[in-house]
Ligand binder design. Structure first.
Ligand SMILES: Cc1cc2nc3c(=O)[nH]c(=O)nc-3n(C[C@H](O)[C@H](O)[C@H](O)COP(=O)(O)OP(=O)(O)OC[C@H]3O[C@@H](n4cnc5c(N)ncnc54)[C@H](O)[C@@H]3O)c2cc1C
Length: 430
């Protein structure tokens, strides 16, 4: 029987890569002609209720770099990439019609905004979704838990003990050139999205560019070329420089590198170079990333709600002056201020810093945690819905922290993690 002719779209959202991309492979295996699709929605770049854009210039730049690499990687496979800069609800029907699309392959998501996006497809279009952003896949985790435990340790120990990580999927072979739909959509520039071109700050700890190849290069450098991963456990609470931690998060967040790829490289490093507490600890952190994905999947809209997951009806303030002092690094705490200025100037902040400023905003200044999370969403190069909101809930004491009243003392934190005040000087004296 002759194979049915199908034109398919691969819709890239947070999976901007060609290696270990199940949607891409499925589309190739089940279609005659395929095209990639990315929509950039202008609504992501206008200010929301508290005056923050959903996406600020740092992530916008990294995203455009990622799209550029994706487009050239797909070209090598004879797959063109449609790039529209329009309201998604307008561009989807138009593309479906123009290219006579019958099937759409996409990474499965579960949070509200992403589901709304999917609802813009006409009902007769077959949406083929699969999970492709986890270390431990949902089909396996489901065998362990009906409900994801409140505590991370519980979750981690069972995953480590009983589950294994699926193999990564290869980069597909190039399609036959006859099947190529030859089109060339330009990639918008940063100024098209409403931003001025800018120089990366000289003290930024994140001077890397977006995209799958750049991400793999960073992994190679952090693991094999410098062996920095062998010291990760003792450096990970650092604040200065590009190597105190891996800086993998921005590539993981937009999926230009998969977490399974990183895991694979880590295992290779452990078998060929070195295996110690530090290499284990990097893996441990990757399980945190999975954990928040599962927590958000389980708790749905509570994950974004005022009272959080394990809330206690806190009264939150929305005082604009207090908030603005926090954002602009003008609180009474130099350590908090230095971190907030770093974020403002670079779009990045260390994990130590993030915990401190979130804890301070919610537990000392008593500002509504959702505003802090929205500000991070706007500014962070590595914004990821599950890690961001999950960590904010945790630090606000209404999420997965088993000691929800834990309050950091920024002075003690500064003494411990910035004993010579080099970090504070970097951002406060500039
Ligand atoms: C309030 C707050 C908000 C945060 N928002 C985000 C966010 O939007 N996006 C994001 O990727 N991370 C977020 N994190 C988690 C963490 O701070 C960053 O993942 C980390 O700082 C990124 O730097 P790195 O890649 O060098 O991390 P490394 O220390 O090298 O860790 C390796 C990887 O492990 C994962 N990881 C490490 N710590 C965490 C954690 N606490 N939670 C989840 N995953 C973790 C990340 O994928 C990270 O890239 C947030 C943390 C806090 C406290």
């Amino acid at each position: 029987m002759q194979k049915q002719k199908i034109n398919s779209l691969v819709w890239f959202r947070n999976n901007l890569r060609v290696e270990d991309n199940s949607s891409l492979i499925n589309a190739i295996n089940n279609s005659d002609k395929i095209i990639g699709f990315i929509n950039i929605d202008p609504r992501d770049f206008i200010s929301t209720k508290y005056g923050f854009k959903k996406t600020e210039k740092y992530r916008a730049k990294f995203f455009l770099e990622s799209v550029k690499e994706l487009k050239s990687q797909l070209e090598k496979l004879n797959i063109s990439l449609i790039i529209t800069y329009d309201y998604l609800d307008k561009s989807i029907p138009q593309i479906i019609k123009q290219y006579e699309i019958e099937k759409v392959f996409l990474q499965k998501e579960w949070t509200r905004d992403e589901l709304l996006e999917e609802s813009y497809f006409p009902k007769n279009i077959d949406l083929v979704k699969d999970f492709n952003q986890f270390l431990y896949s949902p089909k396996d985790v489901k065998t362990l838990y009906d409900n994801i435990p409140r505590g991370f340790s519980n979750f981690r120990k069972k995953c480590e003990k009983y589950l294994s990580v699926d193999n990564i999927l290869p980069i597909p072979k190039p399609l036959n050139n006859d099947n190529k739909i030859a089109i060339d959509y330009p990639i918008p520039s940063l100024s098209d999205l409403g931003f001025n071109l800018f120089e990366v700050h000289k003290n930024s700890v994140f001077k890397f560019n977006g995209g799958e190849i750049n991400g793999k290069k960073r992994i190679d450098d952090y693991f094999f070329n410098t062996k920095n991963v062998s010291n990760y456990k003792s450096t990970r609470n650092g604040l200065i420089g590009e190597n105190y931690s891996s800086k993998f998060s921005p590539w993981l967040a937009n999926g230009s590198v998969s977490v399974k790829y990183i895991y694979n490289q880590l295992k290779k490093y452990e078998s060929e170079v070195d295996k110690n507490d530090s290499t284990y600890w990097l893996y441990f952190e990757l399980i945190w990333r999975d954990f928040f994905k599962y927590v958000s999947m389980q708790h749905k809209d509570k994950f974004f709600s005022k009272d959080g997951i394990y809330g206690d009806n806190k009264e939150w303030s929305t005082d604009i002056d207090i908030l603005s002092n926090w954002i602009n690094g003008k609180t009474n705490e130099p350590f908090v201020n230095a971190n907030m200025i770093e974020l403002l100037e670079t779009g990045f902040m260390s994990n130590r810093g993030r915990q401190n400023v979130a804890n301070y905003l919610t537990k000392e200044l008593k500002i509504d945690w959702r505003i802090g999370a929205e500000y991070f969403e706007s500014m962070l190069i590595d914004y990821d819905v599950h890690s961001n909101y999950g960590n904010w809930l945790y630090n606000a004491g209404i999420g997965n922290d088993s000691m929800p009243f834990r309050k950091f003392n920024p002075k003690l934190q500064s003494e411990r993690y910035d004993p010579n005040k080099l970090y504070e000087k970097t951002w406060l004296d500039d």
